[in-house]
Design a protein around this ligand. Sequence first.
Ligand SMILES: [Zn+2]
Length: 291
Amino acid sequence: MVPVTKKIKVVNVPNKGRFPYCYCMLITDHVRAMIDTSCEEKQARAIAAQGLDLIINTHFHEDHIMFNWIFDKSQIWAHSLDAPAIRSLDLWKELFGFSYYGDDEIGDTYRKNIKTQSSPVHKELRDGELIDLGTVKLRVLHTPGHTRGHCSYFEENEGILYAGEITLSNFGPWYGHLDSDIDQYIKSIERCKELRPRLVISSHLGIINDDIDKRMQAFLDRIHEKENIILNELNIPQTLEQLTEKKLYYGTSRQLPHFRMFFEKVAVHKHLQRLTAAKRIASENGVYFKI
Ligand SMILES: [Zn+2]
C-alpha cells in the first residue's frame, strides 16, 4: 500500500498495474471504500477480511471488477450505463462486439480466459453526485469513451483525481471495442485536464504527480496521431481487414494474440467511422479511400 493522504492509499498490484490488474484506491474513512477490485486475490481477501463498506467501480471491464465477487458483504456502486454489464457477463461480452463483428469464437475464448465473475450493483451512479465517505468526498465524473459508463472520481479538497482509464500512458487511450466512442473519450480527457488535479491515480500507471497537464495533452494527442497514420495509409484505398493487418493502432513492434487483433480491428474501425463522419474519407463496397 502506498499512502497518498492520511485516509487514501493506493494498493500495490502485480505486473506494474498492467492488464489484468489495475491500481485500486483504498479509502479508510468513516466509510471504508475501494475503487475497483483487480488487485491480487490474496490482497483482495485481506482487504475484505478487515471489513469494507463500499466498492466503487470505474467501469465494467474485467481488469477493474475482477474480485468484486469476493466482497459479498460490501455495497457495489457503478455508473448506470455500465452497471448492467457488471451484473451480466453475457451483456459484458455483447458490449465488446464479438457477435457484432462475427467473431463469437474469439469472444468465447476470451471470456473463458478471464477470472472474473458477475456481481450485483447496489446503486447506479450519476454524473455530479458526491460520495461522502467522511472526510474524503468523491465527486462522480462521468467520463465516457473507453466505455459508455466509465467514471473518474475527484477528491476536490485534496485535488486528487482517480482518473481510471484516462491512464496518461504513452500508448494512449484504449477504444478497441464496440462500446467505445472516440469523440466522447476526447471530451472526457479535456474535462479531466480542465480540473487541473494536483495528483492523478491512473488505473494502470498508479500515482502520477508531475507534468500532469502536459501528460493529459500528450495522452489526448495520441488519438490524433493514430488517426493521421490511418488517414495516410488511405493514400492507397484499402479495406478494414487490410488496415487491421498493419497494426496501426497497437503498433507493429509486437506480436498480437488473436483477441488483440480483434481489438485492433475495432479501434481502426472507430477511426474510420470518425473520418467518414468528418467527410475526410468515404467507402465503397468495403474499400475506404480519401476524399
Ligand atoms: Zn477498461
